[in-house]
Design a protein around this ligand. Structure first.
Ligand SMILES: Cc1cc2nc3c(=O)[nH]c(=O)nc-3n(C[C@H](O)[C@H](O)[C@H](O)COP(=O)(O)O)c2cc1C
Length: 172
């Protein structure tokens, strides 16, 4: 059951700046089942319209534990938090769920949506996304080859996931 302080809002009614949201607030990407999930911090992301749907894109490198969950799930969620949770975001962005229990270490409270996905009670905004498309960046497709050298010196190209934003939760 979702905590009653969350309410669903039409994504078009959001008054958020996506540039600030991603680059400054950061987010948790979470994927998996209520029994077995993982979350990681991300600051690269995109919100917009594609195929006439509201979509969110996130980008996950191959070495992330979260990647396996994102690949095996049909959904992912993106959660945004008040500034007081910066430590939790730093932890989820520097330690791997392979080695620690991030829920235990951060004290964040997972809650299950009606679609069986995990968001966190402490989030101020959560986007529940159904995966539509994914692919890996490829060196051959870069129009600015210097990006490959600079961002992918070891060839660990991000996989991007395009998800339809099915539900948008905000706090009262
Ligand atoms: C601010 C910040 C932003 C990050 N953004 C991304 C990102 O967009 N994509 C990515 O693959 N890793 C990103 N990371 C790194 C992962 O969060 C980090 O490697 C994490 O420990 C992976 O956890 P996991 O192994 O449990 O999945 C970011 C880290 C921080 C601190």
């Amino acid at each position: 059951m979702l905590p009653e302080e969350f309410y669903q809002v039409d994504v078009k009614k959001l008054s958020e700046n996506p540039f600030y949201l991603m680059d400054d607030e950061w987010m948790l990407i979470t994927a998996g089942s209520p029994d077995h999930f993982n979350m990681m911090t991300a600051s690269w992301g995109t919100l917009g319209i594609l195929w006439n749907k509201p979509v969110a894109l996130c980008f996950i490198r191959p070495q992330r534990y979260t990647r396996k969950f994102a690949d095996e799930s049909s959904w992912f969620t993106l959660c945004f938090f008040p500034e007081t949770f910066r430590d939790a975001l730093n932890l989820c962005g520097s330690k791997s769920g392979r080695h620690i229990d991030k829920v235990k270490e951060t004290g964040l409270t997972p809650v299950v949506t009606d679609n069986g996905n995990i968001i966190f009670r402490e989030a101020r905004l959560a986007l529940e996304c159904r995966k539509i498309y994914h692919d890996d960046f490829k060196a051959s497709q870069f129009d600015v080859p210097s990006f490959v050298k600079r961002i992918y010196p070891t060839g660990d190209f991000h996989r991007f996931y395009i998800g339809e934003i099915v539900t948008c939760f905000q706090k009262k």
